[in-house]
Write a protein that binds this ligand. Structure first.
Ligand code: SF4
Ligand code: SF4
Length: 334
C-alpha cells in the first residue's frame, strides 16, 4: 500500500494491538457521512436520493467526534454528500487530527477552491477527489459538463497550497482496460497526486442508473487486463497488493465490512455503507446486533456482485499483516 511510512506504522501498530487483545471485530477506517446533500447529482450515487428532510440535516461536530471516539478507529474518511457543504467541516477535520486520526476528506472538488482557506496542510490529512475518468467520461459520470476541468484545477490549487491530494475512481461496465490505464496514468504521471483509490461500481438500490454495474467476472477481467505487464506497480495505488490480487481474481476473501463501518446522520449503518438494513446508535451495537455471517458473496443476493474496498480491503490488510511474505511484498510495493 502506497501510504506514507508514518501512517503505515500507525496502522500496523493499531492492528498488532487488536491482535494482542484478541479482538475479532474492530474498525480500521470509518466512513463518516455528516450530511447527504450534494452540489452534484451523479447517476451512480445512492446518497442524494434521500428525502429533502434528510438532505437538509447536518451532523453536529460533537456527534461526529464522539462517534469516532467511541469506535476507536485510527482512520476516518469523511464523505457524504459533499462535505464542503457542511459549515463546520473544517472544525470536524481539525478535531479528528488533534486526536491523531488519519483523515481523508472526500470531495467532488467543485467547491474546493472556495473552501481551501478553511484547512491547513497536515501530514495526516488529504483531500480525496472524485475523478471517474478523463474529461468526457468523468463529466458523463457526474452528469454535468465542465466538472472534470474544475476538479483538475482544484487539485492543482490544493497541491500548490501544500495539501496531500488523493483520488477515488469508480469503474462501470462501460469502462475498458484502456480507460482504466488512461485515467490512472493521467492521475499518477501528469497530475502527480499522492495516491489513487479504485473501486468497481456497486449496485446501490437508490442510484438512478441501475444498468452499468460490474459483475464479479467483469471486474476481474477489467482489472486483470488493466494491470497486465506489471503496470499496476508503477501506479501509486492506495491499496494492499493482496486487494489488487483480489480485484484481478488471483485471490478471494470473505467480507469483513465491520472494519470499514459507516456512520451518518442516521447512525451506524447495518451492515456497511452499501446496504441499508437499519441503523444503531453505537459501534458496539453495530458489532453485537448485526448477523455478520449473513453477509458477503454467496450469502446475500445483494452482495453477489460486490468487490468493494469497504468489504474486502480490510480482509486483505489483515491477511497481509498475518503473513511475513505479504508484509515484505507490501513494503516493497510502497
Ligand atoms: S459527488 Fe459524490 S455525493 Fe455528490 S452526487 Fe456525486 S457521488 Fe453522490
Ligand atoms: S459484500 Fe459488499 S455489500 Fe455485502 S456486506 Fe460486504 S461490503 Fe456490504
Amino acid at each position: 500500500m502506497d501510504m506514507p511510512w508514518h501512517q503505515t506504522l500507525r496502522l500496523g501498530t493499531y492492528l498488532f494491538k487488536q491482535k494482542m487483545l484478541r479482538r475479532e471485530k474492530y474498525p480500521i477506517i470509518v466512513e463518516l457521512e455528516p450530511l447527504f446533500a450534494c452540489n452534484l447529482a451523479c447517476a451512480g450515487c445512492g446518497k442524494i436520493a434521500h428525502p429533502a428532510s434528510v438532505l437538509k440535516q447536518r451532523m453536529p461536530v460533537e456527534q461526529a467526534v464522539g462517534a469516532i471516539d467511541e469506535c476507536g478507529a485510527p482512520m476516518v474518511s469523511i464523505a457524504g454528500g459533499e462535505p464542503l457543504m457542511h459549515k463546520q467541516i473544517d472544525e470536524i477535520v481539525q478535531r479528528l487530527l488533534d486526536k491523531k486520526k488519519i483523515v481523508f476528506l472526500c470531495t467532488n472538488a467543485v467547491l474546493l477552491p472556495k473552501h481551501l482557506h478553511r484547512f491547513t496542510p497536515h501530514r495526516n490529512f488529504a483531500f480525496m477527489v472524485h475523478i471517474d475518468g478523463l474529461r468526457e467520461r468523468h463529466d458523463a459520470s457526474v452528469s454535468k459538463e465542465g466538472v472534470f476541468d474544475q476538479a483538475v484545477d482544484a487539485i492543482k490549487q490544493a497541491q500548490a497550497a501544500g495539501f496531500r491530494v488523493m483520488t477515488n475512481t469508480t469503474f462501470f461496465d462501460t469502462d475498458t482496460p484502456q480507460d482504466v490505464i488512461d485515467v490512472l496514468d493521467f492521475l499518477n504521471d501528469d497530475l502527480k497526486v499522492d495516491n489513487m483509490q479504485i473501486s468497481p461500481g456497486f449496485a446501490y438500490e437508490k442510484a438512478p442508473d441501475q444498468e452499468h454495474w460490474l459483475g464479479v467476472e467483469q471486474t476481474r477481467e477489467l482489472f486483470r487486463k488493466s494491470f497486465a505487464d506489471g503496470r499496476r506497480k508503477k501506479w501509486r495505488l492506495n491499496h494492499s497488493p493482496l486487494f489488487l490480487d483480489f480485484l484481478e481474481g488471483k485471490r478471494d476473501f470473505d467480507c469483513t465490512a465491520w472494519a470499514v463501518p459507516s456512520y451518518s446522520i442516521k447512525g451506524w449503518q447495518k451492515p456497511c455503507y452499501l446496504l441499508e438494513d437499519g441503523y444503531v446508535d453505537t459501534y458496539r451495537e453495530l458489532i453485537d446486533d448485526t448477523d455478520w455471517d449473513a453477509y458477503g458473496r454467496g450469502k446475500d443476493d445483494r452482495c453477489s456482485n460486490c468487490m468493494a474496498h469497504c468489504g474486502y480491503e480490510p480482509t486483505a490488510v489483515v491477511a497481509t499483516l498475518g503473513s511475513l511474505r505479504e508484509t515484505l511484498r507490501a513494503a516493497v510495493s510502497s
